[in-house]
Design a protein around this ligand. Sequence first.
Ligand code: CTP
Ligand code: CA
Length: 229
Amino acid sequence: PGRAAAAPDLAGRHVVISAGGTREPLDPVRFLGNRSSGKQGYALARTAVARGARVTLIAANTALADPAGADVVRVGTALQLREAVLKAAADADAVVMAAAVADFRPAAYADGKIKKQDGRDPDPVTLVRNPDVLAEISAERAREGQVVVGFAAETDDVLDNGRAKLRRKGCDLLVVNEVGVGKTFGSEENEAVILASDGSEVQVPHGPKEVLADVIWDQVAPRLTHPGG
Ligand code: CTP
Ligand code: CA
């Protein structure tokens, strides 16, 4: 799949991709998580390797084969993902945040398993905000000319929400998919619109995640203004 004879238009580039979904522990055996499989991020890693990039893949709780030729860094929580992304982004030409990062984490972690208590309802779970990694790397731009790409999963008013999110996050490109039952999560296929901060909008028809990945790199490559190598 993809483009077997792709020009190595990412040669000499370092790209960082986050993939999967973070898990926020409540106790040693339980967590708050999400349905992201990591397939889109892994497709981005494979296609970037094929196009000549040095690839760092920050993988959160995925169960997929390591992409050949990529450096894989495994993380669990949003805070761990933030550390790993910021570290790898220091010398990156592009950062693509395909991971589903938990917006909230439990305020407290119980060192021992939380047990039922006779006749009592459970204590409520208090949540606190996690840092917004995409907004942070967009604001900081560890390297001049670094291209930052976000993803957005929306169920309603997909384009309006996407355009507002692009502005709020401050990234260069936002890949917006519509989510719903049987759409996107765990699936081999995806359908998206890629919104750019310069106002361009590229519609990508329903198809393999590998094809969407190549279209994303097609949008990233011409925006890499930092000298390569
Ligand atoms: N993201 C992030 N850090 C977070 C939450 C999200 O870096 N704490 C990134 C995701 O990796 C994704 C993008 O932000 O690339 C958009 O995620 P999304 O959940 O759609 O955006 P939110 O700003 O969290 O908005 P919402 O309230 O709709 O969840
Ligand atoms: Ca969110």
